[in-house]
Design a protein around this ligand. Structure first.
Ligand code: CTP
Ligand code: MG
Length: 181
């Protein structure tokens, strides 16, 4: 696979995992998942992880994966890349894994004394990728190893932090997010 093809495929495969966190920012609010509970005097997850944000984020990511499946046959030839489609289990696993990774990071943040919204470099940028990939692997191991070649994975781990920092800076500039990270 050429470099261009690898980048396009990596971005395409990860889109259903990229969008949920941004959708959650727009949809968040309401009851926190931890119900306000604390552990050793600190919130289990914090007010930034809500049922609504998690549900809407997962649903938006899954809907996007279905749209990508529907248009892959047209977009692929147009950009000259053989674009993959997502098995139905992966349609859910990628966005739900992304949301769970973000929730796991908040759990770690609270245990390490970081208040809501505090930055946690590297973890903030890659938490959702690691669990999205893990969930996708469990959902469809054969499909996963065919699509996520070492080259694609390398691109994912370089591209994701760049996109994450960029989109969060934009969301902050638009007043949609409280912090630029
Ligand atoms: N959000 C949500 N549910 C989620 C994830 C995010 O409702 N599962 C919403 C919340 O309104 C949250 C916002 O998206 O405040 C930004 O998400 P994030 O940066 O992940 O949360 P923070 O508020 O920064 O909290 P934390 O320190 O726990 O990451
Ligand atoms: Mg945050």
């Amino acid at each position: 696979m050429g470099v261009f093809t690898t980048i396009v495929v990596a971005f395409w495969l990860m889109l259903p995992a990229y969008v949920p966190n941004n959708a959650a920012v727009l949809a968040g609010g309401g009851r926190p998942i931890d119900g306000g509970r604390t552990w050793n005097g600190k919130r289990v997850l914090g007010d930034g992880k809500t049922w609504r944000g998690t549900l809407v984020g997962t649903a938006v990511g899954a809907a996007l994966a279905l749209v990508l499946n529907a248009v892959a046959g047209d977009v692929g030839p147009a950009v000259g890349v053989d674009l993959p489609t997502f098995p139905v289990a992966v349609v859910v696993a990628l966005p739900f894994g992304a949301m769970c990774g973000d929730i796991a990071a908040s759990f770690l943040k609270r245990r390490t004394g970081r208040r809501r919204g505090a930055p946690f470099p590297v973890v903030d940028q890659l938490d959702f990728v690691v669990l999205a990939l893990a969930f996708a692997f469990v959902a469809a191991p054969t499909w996963f190893s065919e699509q996520f070649t070492l080259g694609v994975l390398a691109v994912v781990f370089v591209l994701t932090p760049i996109l994450h920092v960029g989109t969060n800076a934009i969301a902050y500039a638009l007043g949609l997010k409280d912090e630029p990270y």
